[in-house]
Design a protein around this ligand. Structure first.
Ligand code: R5P
Length: 296
């Protein structure tokens, strides 16, 4: 037994200082459990409250799309500038080194390709594998108004139930059919349904008109997808407008990895998202980094 004679009693109980009870920084997330909050705090930067997710999961239904032919060569060098990497378990295991500590958002649905009806998806990863891969969130595609709307909603609720058991958040990705109107009314409907049914955060698209109404009536954080490749200045403007109008960041793929200089683009997007940099200045930053890169 340890000798306790002579041990000095020097404890500080701080009886005059009440213990701090802090609210959680993310919209609508204060009542979540510790593990869930901790994972979300790795995805969203607690200082800015926002995230730059680098989305490279396109191959799960599109194959090696432009810019993603060689993820080891083209994407791994970008990861250092992202807050989060969104991808499939196949790419994670085969290409991303396990020493990479960036939080992973795992694409957890699949089952269709661009050759067929895309909304006909199912859950494609079981919860044990998500835990094994130490992911910070699971992503599920939800096709509101799509042919397999109900199936995709059930995929989401099942994933939420499984994830909740182990403290893993679910990201609902609102997918829009090619024949459907992409307007604020649609995205208010789609994002709200996902949030009401328990999604912890939601990916949607930016719309020029009334995007702030989409963000304001969704009770959990929203991030925007980049969508099809557009000129760099326009993509930076879109990201800027989205965060100024209430988005908590971006989940951007093609507008980063298909940019003329992806390494410059992801840094410029980061400045817009985390530092409220104006699009013009962010575009200057993009050009400066791009020019430096072309010299080296
Ligand atoms: C669809 O392929 C995925 O959900 C992508 O992660 C998402 O569309 C974001 O990528 P992008 O910015 O290229 O639209």
């Amino acid at each position: 037994m340890a000798d306790i004679d002579g041990v000095k009693e020097a404890k500080s109980f701080y009886t005059d200082t009440p213990q701090k009870t802090e609210g959680f920084f993310l919209k609508g997330s204060n009542s979540l459990d510790w593990g869930m909050k901790n994972r979300l705090a790795r995805i969203f930067n607690p200082k800015s409250g926002r995230t730059v997710m680098l989305a490279v999961d396109h191959g799960y239904f599109q194959g090696p799309t432009t810019g993603l032919e060689r993820i080891d060569i083209n994407i791994l060098p970008l990861v250092q500038y992202a807050d989060t990497l969104m991808l499939t378990r196949g790419i994670l295991r085969s290409i991303v080194p396990p020493s990479e500590t960036k939080p992973i958002v795992l694409r957890a649905t699949g089952g269709t390709s661009i050759l067929k009806e895309l909304s006909n998806e199912e859950i494609a990863v079981n919860i044990e594998d998500s835990i094994r891969l130490n992911v910070c969130a699971m992503a599920v595609q939800v096709f509101i108004g799509g042919e397999y709307e109900k199936q995709s909603i059930i995929n989401m609720t099942q994933l939420i139930d499984m994830g909740t058991r182990y403290g893993i958040p679910t990201l609902a990705v609102t997918a829009v059919g090619t024949d459907m109107a992409r307007d604020a009314r649609y995205f208010r409907l789609a994002t709200r349904i996902c949030a009401e049914l328990g999604a912890h955060y939601i990916k949607t698209y930016y719309v020029e008109k009334d995007f702030e109404t989409v963000a304001s009536c969704c009770p959990v954080p929203i991030v925007i997808a980049g969508g099809k490749k557009i000129p760099e200045m326009e993509a930076l403007t879109m990201a800027y407008n989205a965060v100024q109008q209430g988005a908590s960041g971006v989940d951007m793929g093609r507008n980063i990895f298909q940019a003329e200089c992806p390494e410059a683009m992801i840094q410029a997007v980061g400045a817009v998202v985390h530092e409220n940099e104006k699009p013009e200045k962010a575009f200057d930053m993009y050009n400066t980094i791009k020019n430096e890169q072309s010299k080296s």
